[in-house]
Write a protein of this length. Structure first.
Length: 518
């Protein structure tokens, strides 16, 4: 028996820690051997029940008594692991947009945990981690074809697109108010707060103008003190609610005493469609400049369409993401299409001074090391983002980009798009299912999401449950135009187009056939 508390400083030592970890990784690999789509997509209900009943109970006299690392590891592997879903292990988990973790990313993530770096203050000579982080961001700028690195002087990793959207609205709010302050006024939001700064600038409201804005945009609006109702939906039409109505937008921009943030949905979550088309961004840029507005692109998953080759079959999508580099700020997710582990998001900002104003960690002399070396090209992350202490979440991104390169990343995205289009075509042509939002759409408008419903209302009512109870494939439910709908989001690196397309066709056909028998 191992000692009950091997890692107490009085008992543990490097050798026993190393042995323990080697054994733990080995047993973990054995506990999740099946990485070939055979695992059920959701945990069996018996596994869920036994995991929950194995959790510590406050009425247990041994509650919070030390169990020791060995017993704890066995509990994790035997009770908890079987009760986790296969979103990362199966290429047939099509819920939400979750991605998976490329093996090189998972390996890098284990290095991150093993070395436990805090990427906070950039002190050359202390750790290479801020330089690696910046290299990863630089590679992303190139992958997404966003222009020169110097065009995006403030860039950082975040915990996800929600955090990036919060940063974007914080920057947008700071900038649109600052533009209306008298020249010598130091009454910025960062200094005097939103209420006093707005008063000084003569602003009575800040509005966020969008089309099919992601729910996290409203959350971000609340967090930065603008409020849910500041988010104004300006759909081009009821048929294409994801497209931004630029005429309506211009009218809103002209409102007296109101400052604006324009939020572009580059990838709407239900349909995967885009707010803009090829000529829209230059128009939006000149409107924003005229009215002193900030343009933010929420490209959590959609921005990666820019990494597709400029081949005929992708020209439609390239039109949708053309000009996004004209934005003031951009959100992207790492844990979705990039296929790195949770939680990883990215934030790019074109403006150098505004993020510094917002995120500067003031009056902490012990954290100002990078200022001391002057001219350092890499800013301390703590002055660019929300956190002070931060995980080295850049390393898996760096590893993926280095391992796959531009071509490998494009190949992975092509597999995702090709599978999604194959599924969309099958649904469009089938007797039992209807492709949403419109069967008239061109397949080339499909990126990685397929929205659909069953034509038989009784089947449609239970469609998502019927698909998911097969345990072979998982889809999300949603509501489209007041009716239930199902959603397939293809985002895992594990996609094998031929194999998975056959599989999805067969499964959807048998779900429909089962319905007509009952
Ligand atoms: C997923 C998503 C978000 C939220 O991202 P998290 O990484 O879950 O915080 C925001 N916007 C869009 C468009 C998304 O798809």
């Amino acid at each position: 028996m191992a000692p009950a508390k091997p890692f107490e400083t009085s008992q543990g030592n490097d050798a026993s820690a190393g042995d323990f970890l080697a054994d733990a990784y080995h047993r973990l690999r054995q506990a999740v051997p099946s990485r070939d789509n055979k695992r059920p997509v959701l945990p069996p209900s018996a596994a869920l029940t036994s995991a929950v009943s194995a959790l510590p109970r406050t009425d247990d006299p041994n509650f919070l008594a030390a169990r020791g690392a060995e017993a704890t590891l066995s509990h994790l592997l035997e009770d908890i692991v079987p009760a986790l879903n296969s979103q990362g292990l199966s290429g047939r988990y099509y819920g939400f947009v979750t991605g998976g973790a490329l093996p090189i990313a998972e390996a890098a993530d284990n290095i991150v945990s093993a070395l436990d770096q805090n990427v906070q203050v950039h002190i050359p000579g202390h750790s290479a981690s801020p330089a690696v982080e910046d290299a990863a961001l630089t590679m992303l700028i190139a992958l997404l074809d966003l222009g020169k690195v110097t065009d995006w002087p403030r860039r950082t990793f975040t915990t996800g697109a929600t955090a990036s959207n919060i940063m974007a609205l914080a920057c947008g709010r700071e900038a649109v108010i600052a533009r209306r302050l008298p020249d010598d006024s130091g009454d910025t939001v960062a200094e005097v707060g939103l209420l006093a700064a707005s008063r000084a600038a003569g602003i009575k409201q800040i509005q966020i103008l969008t089309s099919s804005g992601h729910s996290s945009l409203s959350k971000a609006a609340s967090i930065v003190g603008l409020g849910h109702r500041a988010v104004k939906e300006l759909p081009a039409s009821t048929e294409e609610p994801w497209r931004l109505n630029i005429d309506a937008l211009e009218e809103m921009l002209a409102r007296e005493g109101v400052a604006s943030i324009i939020a572009i949905s580059a990838g709407e979550v239900n349909t995967g469609r885009f707010a803009t088309n090829v000529l829209d961004m230059p128009k939006l840029r000149s409107l924003a400049d005229r009215y002193g507005a900030w343009i933010h692109v929420d490209g959590a998953f959609g921005i990666f369409a820019r990494a597709l080759p400029k081949a005929d079959e992708f020209l439609h999508l390239h039109g949708n993401v053309a000009g996004l580099e004209l934005a003031d700020s951009i959100t992207a997710d790492g844990h979705k299409l990039l296929n790195v582990p949770y939680d990883t998001g990215i934030f790019f900002c074109r403006n150098a001074s505004i993020p510094n104003q917002v995120f500067m960690n003031p009056n902490a002399a012990y954290l100002t090391a990078s200022a001391a070396v002057g001219g350092a090209t890499i800013q301390s992350p703590l002055n660019v983002g929300i956190e002070n202490s931060r995980r080295f979440r850049a390393l898996p991104v760096y590893a993926v980009l280095l391992s796959e390169g531009r071509e490998g990343m494009a190949a992975m995205f092509i597999r995702m798009v090709t599978l999604a289009r194959g599924i969309a075509q099958f649904i469009r042509d089938s007797e039992q299912y209807e492709w949403l939002p419109s069967e008239e759409a061109s397949l080339e408008s499909t990126f990685i999401i397929v929205l659909f419903k069953a034509k038989d209302p009784a089947l449609n009512d239970e469609l998502v449950a019927r698909i998911n109870e097969t345990q072979k494939m998982f889809v999300s439910g949603t509501v489209w135009n007041g009716q239930k709908a199902a959603r397939i989001a293809v985002s895992s690196w594990r996609v094998d187009v031929d194999r998975d397309l056959e599989f999805v066709k067969e499964l959807l056909s048998s779900v429909a056939a089962g319905a007509s028998r009952s």
